[in-house]
Design a protein around this ligand. Sequence first.
Ligand code: DGJ
Length: 731
Amino acid sequence: MSIKYDEQNKLFHLKTSDTSYVLQVFKKGYLMHVYYGAAVADPCTDDLISYEPFSSFSPKPEQDDKSFSLDAIPREYPAYGNTDFRTPAFQIALENGTRITDLKYAKHNIYSGKPAIEGLPATYCEDGDKTDTLEIVLKDEIAGLSVVLYYSVLEDYNVITRSAKLMNDGKQELKLLSALSMSMDFYNDTEFELMHLHGSWARERQISRIPIGMSHHVVDSKRGASSHQQNPFMALLRKNTDEDQGEVYAFNLVYSGSFIGQVEASQYNSTRVSMGINSFDFGWVLNPSEVFHTPEVVMVYSKHGLNAMSNKFHRLYRERLCRGLYRDKQRPILINNWEATYFDFNEEKIESIAKAASELGIELFVLDDGWFGTRNSDESSLGDWYVNKKKLPGGLERLAQTVNQMDMSFGLWVEPEMISPDSELYRNHPDWCLQVPNRSQSEGRNQLVLDLSREDVCTYLVDVLSSVLSSAHITYVKWDMNRHMTEVGSLILPPERQSETAHRYMLGLYHVMETLVSKFSDILFESCSGGGGRFDPGMLYYMPQTWTSDNTDAISRLYIQYGTSLVYPPVTMGSHVSDVPNHQVGRTTSLKTRAITAMAGNFGYELDAGKLTEIEKDEIKEQIKLYKAIRPMVQFGDFYRLLNPFEGNRAAWMAVSKDQLECVVYYYRILKQPNLPAFRLKLRGLNETVQYQLLTTDKVYYGDDLMHRGIAIPHYEHDFSAVLIRLKALE
Ligand code: DGJ
């Protein structure tokens, strides 16, 4: 069992093979955080926490202990209102208008396995996994509130997850003003830097690292989506931490809506970390006997730097977050017509691209936006999910058959959550979008957001998508979402529940996705939100890959993919070769560099294959052969970052096969610099004693030589150049 309970000291010790998490039921039943970090033996119980807040400015909740203030205690899931002035994990308004609660330990339960969270995505365990769960029930008798804290220990994955369930056990109505998923305090420790992933459309997941100082930091989205702007990820790092060394405490929320992550250093040198649904514009009415379950936070500790942190996230997400047929299956190399045609295509054009693609060895053709309604631009038709017979006279069925005859499978783009004001659907159901009466409706990309907090809208979506997906032999779906929420309100919710709209939307969306991915379990789903605007673990639970960014420029992608790889595994990152000059940034890079960048993820093309020259076709055929050879390693091996483009003029990373007998190394020079000495790149993750042959040469290296002395990078670097190196163990 990975969870131990010491009855005498009321101490819980949660342990993975390299991590310990310790908490204790303290004075009068308050739950105290004792330790989180490298695995330790049980802590000495005579020396857990000493608290001496002498100041009257840290008031005392218990009159029989005048030295005890919650303000000075490291806590788990703190309530608001009695002596702890830091950010609470939740806040509740009672019927009398008061917002004070006080949670005390009531009971706990330890068991094997990990429960699912109803209606929400979460990591899971399978038979044979070493996974245990601790539930601690805290109560506020006056409010009639119980809070169940869930801690699951995925021992083999070296991960601990947390979530909370708030239950109204009383007789009065409770209104949740905030309900985060987790909160914990690092005791007497503020020596951290905060790392998070920020960005924008076409510039997702750039890395930011800042000292936390003695202040309060917020990483959040108020956009109704996890967003391009901030990813629901944050990590606390020691100053010396880099890719290979130093401590990292990482937190990632399994949720796709507005979120908040906070780091708050406080006067007694503690650091509070909390994460969950954003409390801004959130509220939830909890009637007697109702429950509210928060999303899950995945917590990863690494004492060996960021690569080790990423390895843990990658393995967990590949194996115990993603689900379905494609979880363990190699993903097809695809071609998508978006950048080749935008909205301007017909059957003949699509078939010509598909035909050229099939001759190159591409495995899947994806028909992007523009196939339905009268959609000839982004100004109409979202919601009208019937084929535009002017463009595709034979419908999807004939097109899919033609593509199948070319020995490729057929995939389709949809954007189900949206509605164009210029659509049949909107004319028939103007009440079906998010809106606030008497206010104008802001459009983004000429579209409005469907109100997925409504059951009728969700039912409609399941029905209409089911009929589209059954209308042809479709084996892949790209599920897009191209604007954020404004005028967040629902016409069917009563006034006191309007602030539930955004979370109800997420529950509706997850319900629709769950229904469709179960019903169409043979289909490979890829999520997308104007590129990588919803690249989060919530989406990966339903759809095992995500379009990383609309920016397909190879150089911009180095930064985007480097940042994304901190948390999300390469198999989840859609990355394609597109035309030049690049459509987003106008840069021209070689076909080779574009391919070597895209081959670090889930590979494909985004161009008009019919327009390629014979020389380009030959080069692409070789690229496809190469990717097929390295695919198992890239998609299911271990990934290591080697050189950080945010810190210099180069980037490098590598993938190593699970058995460590093979690896592929990617090296990129961003801008050439004159007169540089030869460069040796130090590899990672190899077996020190194995001899590796540099493919296509007869050079042989020991693993330790490659990792400690490094491998020489050929001298022919130029602006935007890339090199791909393969090494294989000698037979
Ligand atoms: C945004 C996506 O990210 C693009 O790849 C493309 O599918 C367009 N939407 C289509 O409108």
